[in-house]
Design a protein around this ligand. Sequence first.
Ligand code: LER
Ligand code: MN
Length: 266
Amino acid sequence: MKFGVSSYIWVSPFSNDTIDQLKHAKDLGFDIYEIGVEDPASFDPVFVKHEADRVGIQVNICGAFGTERDISSDNPDYRDNGMAYIRTLIDMASILGSPYVAGPMYAATGRARLASTEERKRQWAYAAGNLRELAGYAASKGIRLALETLNRFETDFLNTVQQGIRLLDEIGCDNVGFLLDTFHMNLEETDMYEAIRLAGPRLGYMHVADNTRLAPGTGCLDFKKIFETLKEIGYEGFITAECFPKPDGKAAAKAAAEYLKKIVSL
Ligand code: LER
Ligand code: MN
């Protein structure tokens, strides 16, 4: 397993000017620095790759999906914009050496209103068709997509692994899988260990935060059991701490790094 930390713990948005974060992450013992790409124009992936190699850390890519980047939207401009943004993320991943483009890329985050059955069908079809097309583009560059399920306050689209499996089956591309985030799973899954088993070999990426969204180990989630379940399904992928910067980014990242190393050795 490789441990990572999300840029959100320190900066928003990540940019060329915040490149020193890579070294901070490396010094804390992380293998991965995950950039939450809010503004693709804010950094140069060639420069970031060069700095990452110099520091000795891998950089991964996660997307940020506002209303105007919604590939399931009824608005064709938003769909086009979302497609262009995700293609840019795939290009960036290829330059940076990130095996995945991860995140809740099927729809806009924050769209938590329950859609009608008709709306849902239509938006689902847009998302599935567009993700199939994007999966083809990603495959041509050797990149995989990891779709993140979110809690109900952040999306009405995919809240559980069960729902995600339906979407993955409909997309039907083997370079598309799951990103599971312990914070969201704790709010949505009846049994998060069963959900991890259900995702099984389709699990490509993990985000970890505790039930409070603070650093893992500071709340009431049973990470020992979570890691045992990951081991049981043979998961050997990325584990990125994506938690709130409390009391500050440095302290949260340090707490996450120390706890993850401890828990995985138990
Ligand atoms: C949002 O809550 C989240 O978990 C992020 O990974 C989405 O990009
Ligand atoms: Mn997440």
